[in-house]
Every structure is written in structure tokens, then in C-alpha cells.
Design a protein around this ligand. Structure first.
Ligand SMILES: *Cc1c(COP(=O)(O)O)cnc(C)c1O
Length: 368
């Protein structure tokens, strides 16, 4: 490996975080959310680790499920948005898939499939209800009708009902309570219809899992916490006992002396107020480091925090080494990881850890 930019993935840290999720889940099953290439960590590696710990997996598309199955991983997979085209369930041919049905058009497609098939391969489905996020989900008030329609289909097995919180990451926000009450109303409606035996409930992402013990239900869906980043603005991952899984690393490839009032980088946006030593790091926005990270964003250079200075360019960024006398070419740099959290960089750049982790580009090798 010539260019030193890489994402080191610590699977022991992933499994530590997963064990925490399993502990918090209590009696509920854990579906490890590994969509978006395992939040940028490599979907196969994290799927394998989660499978070893007895978890289900959750993805956003059949393409992602296919990558998992191609690696020989047999754990059940929840497709969080179900199918985009009605042909997917039968064309894919994989075992152990569970499809989220969130819209009338998907249910209509299942009904059509049911009437048209000779040999019926039963599909496992979850019905997702909209309890207030207003993104995906069936209307709560028609829960009874949707459940009855599904239960009439010989080719479908109803696994459970689910919903998704809009504000679980805001501990002070009461909206989650309202969503839970609406979800409970779905469950009590179903109690009055002959409720299919063993129907499961699923509500929680990472934030809900930590924040709302009463909402754990039968299946929880943690994502971000497994990667050691915080779902909360006001609580760090370390405070939650989480370990960073990805370390985005590189090296100093040049160190330059600047005179007072010399400036650095495109647009010359940062100027030296004293004689300065500027380090150049082989990491840029084409690697997924945020171009919006302003001067002052912390970077870990050979054991010490130093500030990013000037604009991030495509393949490089610059740091102020003036107060780090020993730093020199070839030194190790961590852009985020155990020493500078991805959440801290994200906050500095006006975004969230999720976006930075999933944005690490394909040209950065993942090293396990
Ligand atoms: C992505 C996703 C999750 C995981 O959310 P985190 O905040 O990463 O824990 C859970 N449920 C659904 C439906 C999702 O789309």
C-alpha cells in the first residue's frame, strides 16, 4: 500500500459495542443494522461479526442483502424498506429474508403475487406503521385492515409490526412518548382482531434502545452505536461505553515553514500569525474527509491534537504543527478514531458521525 490513507477497522471494538446492544436489549433480539456498506466499515466484515454473536442483520436493499449472502452469511436479514419493485422477493431467491411493508402499493403487490402464483414461496414480512415521523409507514388508524389483509395471504407470513422514532436522539423531546402511545394503539387494535400468535414488535434504533427501555419490544435495530459513534448530540460515545470501530488514518507527507502572514491552501483562508510549521496530510475530501471542516478542527498527529488549518483539498489537508515540535514527515495521523472522535469532527464540520462514516470513499482501503 503506497498512499498511506486508510480506514483501520477494529472488529473487536465492533463486537464490544454489539455486546452492549445485546445487553441493553434484554430479552429482545438484536438486528445489527449494516446498511450503507456497514456504515462505511465494510458490510461483509461487520455482518460476519454480528452473525457470530447470534444477531439478525438489517439492510436497506436487496443489493446489500446479496453481498451478505454471497459471503456465505446465512443470518436472517431484515430489509428495512422492503422491496422497491414487486419482482425482488421472487427474483432474489435468498433464504431468510424479512421484508418491511410500509406502503399500500407494496401490500397490493403482495396481494397480486398471492393470486398469481402456482407454487407459493411464503414471504416473511413486517408491517411498518407511521406513528408520526411521516416518512415511511402505514396509517395507524387503518392497522386492523392492513393486518387482516396480510393475514388473508397464503403466501405471506406476518412476523411483526414496527415503527421508527423521529426524535429518539433528543432525550428531552416528548414526541417519542406520543409515538409509543400510537404504536400501543395499533397493538390494542390488533388484540381485538384475532392477533396472530407471536406477532413481534420493533421500535428502537440506537438512540431508542438506550433511551427508552419501555420500547424495546421483541426486536431492536441498532446501527450507529455498533460503530462506536453517538446517536446523541449531548452525550459522547465514550460516555456510553462505546469504542470507536473506524480509525481514519494517514501520514504527514510534507512539513513546511511559513513566515508570519504567509497563508495556506486554496483561497489562502488561513494565515500564520507567527512563524509556523505546517504539516500536509494525505487525506482529502475525495477520501470522505469533510471539505466543510473549518480551521481548528482537531487532528491527531503522532500522539497530539493539532488544529486543521486552511481549506481541505481533494487529496490533502493541512495542519498547524507549530506547537508540536517533534512532528515530522512520515508521522502517523488519525483524522478520527479513538483519539479524536468522529462525532467531534462531525460537529466541527456541521454534520453528524453517520454522514462522515458512510462517506469514507472507495479509494480508502479498509484494513481489518
Ligand atoms: C438506519 C435505521 C436504523 C438504525 O438507526 P441508528 O440511528 O443508526 O441506530 C434503525 N431502523 C431503521 C428503520 C433504519 O432505517
Amino acid at each position: 500500500m503506497a498512499r498511506p490513507a486508510r480506514a483501520r477497522i477494529n472488529l473487536a471494538a465492533f463486537r464490544h459495542n454489539l455486546q452492549l446492544a445485546i445487553k441493553w436489549a434484554g430479552n429482545a433480539q438484536v438486528a445489527a443494522v449494516i446498511k450503507a456498506d456497514g456504515y462505511g466499515h465494510g458490510i461483509v466484515a461487520v455482518a460476519r461479526a454480528a452473525e457470530q454473536d447470534g444477531c439478525m442483520l438489517a439492510v436497506a436493499s436487496i443489493e446489500e442483502a446479496a453481498r451478505v449472502r454471497a459471503a456465505g452469511i446465512v443470518a436472517p436479514i431484515l430489509l428495512l424498506e422492503g422491496f422497491f419493485h414487486a419482482s425482488e422477493p421472487d427474483e432474489s431467491g435468498f433464504d431468510g429474508l424479512q421484508w418491511v411493508i410500509h406502503s399500500e402499493h407494496q401490500l397490493a403487490a403482495l396481494e397480486e403475487r398471492d393470486s398469481g402464483l402456482d407454487v407459493v414461496r411464503p414471504l416473511s414480512v413486517w408491517l411498518k406503521f407511521n406513528t408520526g415521523m411521516n416518512r415511511l409507514g402505514l396509517p395507524v388508524l387503518q392497522a386492523e385492515s392492513f393486518v387482516s389483509r396480510v393475514c388473508r395471504l397464503a403466501s405471506v407470513r406476518l412476523e411483526g409490526v414496527m415503527t421508527h422514532f423521529a426524535c429518539a436522539d433528543e432525550p428531552e423531546n416528548d414526541f417519542s412518548g406520543l409515538q409509543m402511545a400510537r404504536f400501543d394503539s395499533v397493538l390494542s387494535t390488533l388484540d381485538q382482531v384475532a392477533l396472530p400468535q407471536g406477532l413481534k414488535r420493533s421500535l428502537c434504533n440506537s438512540a431508542g434502545l438506550q433511551q427508552m427501555p419501555a420500547a424495546r419490544g421483541d426486536l431492536v435495530r441498532p446501527g450507529i452505536m455498533l460503530y462506536g459513534a453517538s446517536p446523541f448530540f449531548a452525550r459522547t460515545a465514550v460516555q456510553q461505553g462505546l469504542h470507536a470501530v473506524m480509525s481514519l488514518e494517514s501520514e504527514l507527507i510534507a512539513v513546511n515553514e511559513l513566515a508570519e502572514a504567509d497563508c495556506v491552501g486554496y483561497g489562502l483562508t488561513w494565515c500564520a500569525s507567527r512563524v509556523s510549521r505546517i504539516g500536509v496530510v494525505a487525506m482529502g475530501y475525495a477520501d470522505g474527509y469533510p471539505r466543510h471542516a473549518p480551521s481548528g478542527t482537531p487532528v491527531w498527529v503522532s500522539g497530539k491534537r493539532v488544529p486543521l488549518v486552511g481549506r481541505v483539498s481533494m487529496d490533502m489537508l493541512t495542519v498547524d504543527l507549530t506547537d508540536h515540535e517533534v512532528a515530522s514527515v512520515g508521522d502517523h495521523v488519525e483524522l478520527w478514531g479513538a483519539n479524536v472522535s468522529v462525532d467531534e469532527v462531525a460537529r466541527s464540520a456541521g454534520t453528524i458521525g453517520y454522514e462522515l462514516l458512510t462517506g469514507v470513499s472507495a479509494r480508502v482501503p479498509r484494513v481489518y
